[in-house]
Design a protein around this ligand. Structure first.
Ligand SMILES: NC(=O)c1ccc[n+]([C@@H]2O[C@H](COP(=O)([O-])OP(=O)(O)OC[C@H]3O[C@@H](n4cnc5c(N)ncnc54)[C@H](O)[C@@H]3O)[C@@H](O)[C@H]2O)c1
Ligand SMILES: [Fe+2]
Length: 398
């Protein structure tokens, strides 16, 4: 009998949200879902787009019917700034919030995490004290996260990202950001526009791919989650983007994005994200699209370190495609399939199309090299000249 091979990493830790509820229409039962925390004053944090669509109205009604005071902060902007966070904290103090609900995309969920922490009555910290890894202290208010995009997986990650200057973002990493409850109600995502569905969906797929090839913390649980996430999203992303009202496609994408979030929360992302962040910072390109623009080029660079893993993922992501040949050939076909997927989703494919000046590419390469926290996870060592070559390829000149 052959002995079952041990996974590569048997020394690992894994954390995720306390409780995950997956229910179509679940947002209308939010008061019931929060019952165990006996809230008296709830602050729901969201953005203007979601407000306009009336997406959280049923959730508000449920609190009102239960006799629970509920206030809304709906001024979150994409890539939230410190001013947005501080404005939300002011409202939390005014209404004496004792439970925080994040309701929206990654931006709203990230603001909700910080508010739940800093609005706790015993908190002695301010925003400036908690940037970085493990600097947040004490307790937070009960936190319930309701994602309305199938993308960041923020509902199961220990990270919140804040825009700190014109072009700079900073992360806060703490286990206190894992919520008490993550509620996945895919009904909220049916009106997500095709371009947002496509960009956020690719972001989620990148989380799973980068977790699966993550050099330092890849582990047996993150591997399982990444593969399941990619199986779900690979089979459903086209339908979710082109036929947004398809219930099962939306359910698969929201579940897949959460599983991918659990994977990368424990086996962190790498060069795709490291090269994507400067695009978002300097040119305000949405996070998922920034990832998509550099994705095929980073994968091609990574083949020397990750061919075997790409070849393993290929038939999982693209179940309909026949992959044939050596590991290297299958890895190359996988990258071609990813390129074709991005084209089918009608996302822009070159930096040139995004009006990024070619003369700016060296600056992007400099900034990408600052993402050392991410680059250590990359399966192939990436130097500045590699980053520049990737941006040049993404620019569309090669
Ligand atoms: N915490 C993490 O782990 C993590 C990881 C990656 C990115 N992020 C952060 O998340 C943010 C990006 O989040 P995102 O991509 O989810 O986008 P987002 O929250 O910025 O929202 C994008 C747009 O989509 C709209 N929208 C959201 N849900 C909708 C719906 N159901 N129907 C119609 N429109 C809807 C919003 O109104 C908004 O205009 C960035 O700030 C990024 O830095 C966080
Ligand atoms: Fe991401």
């Amino acid at each position: 009998m052959t002995k079952q091979a041990l996974p590569t990493n048997t020394n690992f830790s894994f954390s995720t949200s306390q409780s995950i509820i997956c229910e179509w229409g679940g947002a209308a039962k939010l008061a019931d879902i929060c019952h165990a925390y006996s809230p008296t004053s709830v602050l729901l944090i969201s953005d203007a787009g979601i407000k306009q669509l009336g997406l959280y109205q049923a959730a508000l009604d449920s609190f009102q019917q239960a006799g629970i005071q509920v206030d809304v902060f709906s001024e979150v902007l994409a890539d939230p700034s410190e001013n947005v966070v501080n404005a939300a904290l002011t409202i939390a103090a005014q209404c004496h919030a004792d439970l925080v609900v994040g309701f929206g995309g990654g931006s709203s969920l990230d603001v909700a995490k910080i508010v739940a922490l800093l609005a706790h009555p015993q908190s002695e910290q301010s925003l400036g004290d908690i940037y970085g890894v493990g600097n947040a202290k004490g307790e937070r208010l009960p936190l319930v996260q309701v994602p309305t995009t199938a993308g960041t997986g923020s509902e199961v990650t220990q990270v919140a990202i804040v825009t700190t200057g014109e072009t700079t973002k900073a992360g806060i990493v703490t286990p206190l950001f894992l919520p008490d409850i993550a509620l996945l109600d895919a009904e909220l995502t049916v009106n997500l526009p095709p371009n947002v569905s496509a960009a956020t969906g690719v972001d989620a797929m990148v989380h799973a791919i980068e977790a699966y090839t993550s050099k330092v913390k890849k582990n047996p649980i993150s591997d399982l989650l990444a593969k399941e996430a990619l199986a779900l999203m690979g089979r459903n992303i086209d339908t979710a983007v082109h036929h947004g009202h398809d219930r099962s496609a939306r359910e698969a994408m929201l579940l897949g994005a959460m599983l991918a979030g659990q994977a990368f929360a424990n086996a962190p992302v790498a060069a795709v994200h490291a090269l994507a962040y400067p695009l978002g910072g300097h040119f305000h390109i949405p996070h998922g699209l920034s990832n998509s623009l550099v994705l095929p080029h980073v994968l091609r660079f990574n083949v020397k370190g990750a061919a075997a893993q790409y070849a393993e993922l290929a038939p999982i992501v693209f179940a309909e495609h026949m992959f044939e040949g050596s590991v290297k050939e299958i890895a190359a076909q996988f990258i071609q399939q990813i390129e074709q997927l991005i084209a089918r989703l009608k996302l822009p494919t070159t930096l040139k199309e995004m009006d990024i000046p070619e003369s700016f590419l060296p600056r992007l390469a400099d900034d990408a090299m600052l993402q050392t926290r991410l680059l250590v996870n990359n399966p192939s060592e990436l130097k500045r000249q590699d980053a520049l070559a990737i941006y040049q390829a993404a620019y569309g000149q090669i």
